[in-house]
Design a protein around this ligand. Structure first.
Ligand code: GRF
Length: 212
């Protein structure tokens, strides 16, 4: 049975209602969004006391946007001007402004394939997380599970870290280990890593919230 995690750092709102409000998350992803789904699931079953306010993708047809719509969450495409990997600074500036207007507390990168730079980092200091499918600092970059296999690693895993201007270099928040099996292929290893990712990311978000 998964541990029940309780948020101990809800933001107190002294406004009209005088109530207590959950932390407000934005999720950015480029692909299927299974990690975003794990965040939705953790919120739905009470393991994570937070609200996903918006999901954004740099791919108009990314399934992560469909998952957001299915959960009634605002889903938006970010046009990166036809660049394959570049995250244009003006797009980051506009995004930072939008997320500040939405009163976002924490940005969660979930399979987002562009590097975040100053406009977002300065607007959300220590408030941007990423999940990476390796035991950082080993194997940063793409297809980390294949890198681990090719290097003959006995242990693989996943890491949630704070985002800085480098590629998968920010301060590590939490990690989960996955043994590499003798008959592993890149696909089987990545699949087992993803099972751990889906447990780790909600738990790490909760930990980050408690440190805000
Ligand atoms: C995950 O393996 C994550 O660690 C990496 O990209 C993949 C995204 O998967 N950064 P999904 O879109 O969340 O299914």
């Amino acid at each position: 049975m998964e541990p029940r995690l309780i948020c101990i750092d809800k933001r107190r709102i002294s406004g009209r209602m005088g109530g207590v409000m959950s932390l407000r998350l934005a999720v950015l992803g480029s692909g299927s969004g299974s990690n975003c789904q794990s965040i939705f699931n953790a919120i739905a079953d009470g393991r994570l006391d937070a609200e996903v306010v918006i999901v954004l993708s740099d791919h108009e047809d990314a399934y992560i946007l469909e998952r957001a719509r299915q959960h009634g969450v605002r889903a938006e495409y970010m046009d990166c001007g036809g660049f394959k990997n570049k995250f244009p600074l003006e797009v980051q500036e506009a995004l930072a402004k939008k997320l500040q207007e939405l009163d976002i507390d924490l940005i969660c990168l979930a399979g987002f394939m562009r590097l975040v730079k100053a406009p977002l980092l300065e607007a959300f200091p220590r408030r941007i997380l990423n999940i990476h499918p390796a035991l950082l600092p080993a194997f940063p970059g793409v297809e980390a599970w294949t890198q681990a296999l090719n290097a003959g690693a006995k242990q693989a895993g996943c890491t949630v870290h704070y985002v800085d201007a480098g590629m998968d270099t920010g301060e590590i928040l939490m990690q989960a280990y996955v043994p590499v099996l003798p008959d592993d292929t890149p696909q089987t290893l990545h699949a087992r890593i993803q099972v751990q990712e889906h447990i780790l990311y909600p738990a790490a978000i909760l930990s980050a919230i408690s440190r805000l």
